[in-house]
Design a protein around this ligand. Structure first.
Ligand code: ZN
Length: 98
């Protein structure tokens, strides 16, 4: 599932997760913007992972829209690298494995 940012139709500010009202201009109209990649700005390994959980690290990502997003990954990505991102049906953002 593609990760979607919401962009204020009046002032262009991006949000994730979606907002009901723009914090900058007070607008209520938003457009969807698909995001496919983001740059890794932080990686935190998770040392105690339940057996059925495939995610072994938390990743802080900077999108081109200027929004910081937290994601999970099976393998720690390289800091400052550009990685693909996607979203599960339950809303979790993750870095897909190859
Ligand atoms: Zn706005």
């Amino acid at each position: 599932m593609t990760l979607l940012m919401t962009v204020c139709a009046d002032c262009g500010v991006s949000y994730f997760p979606a907002r009901l009202r723009c914090h900058r201009c007070g607008g209520y109209q938003f457009l969807d913007q698909a995001v496919y990649t983001a740059r890794v700005s932080g990686v935190v390994p998770v040392h105690r992972v339940p057996e059925d959980c495939p995610w072994h690290c938390l990743v802080e990502l900077q999108t081109e829209a200027g929004v910081t997003v937290m994601a999970v990954a099976q393998v720690p990505p390289t800091l400052h690298s550009l990685v693909p991102i996607t979203q599960q049906a339950d809303g979790a953002v993750f870095i897909p494995s190859h």
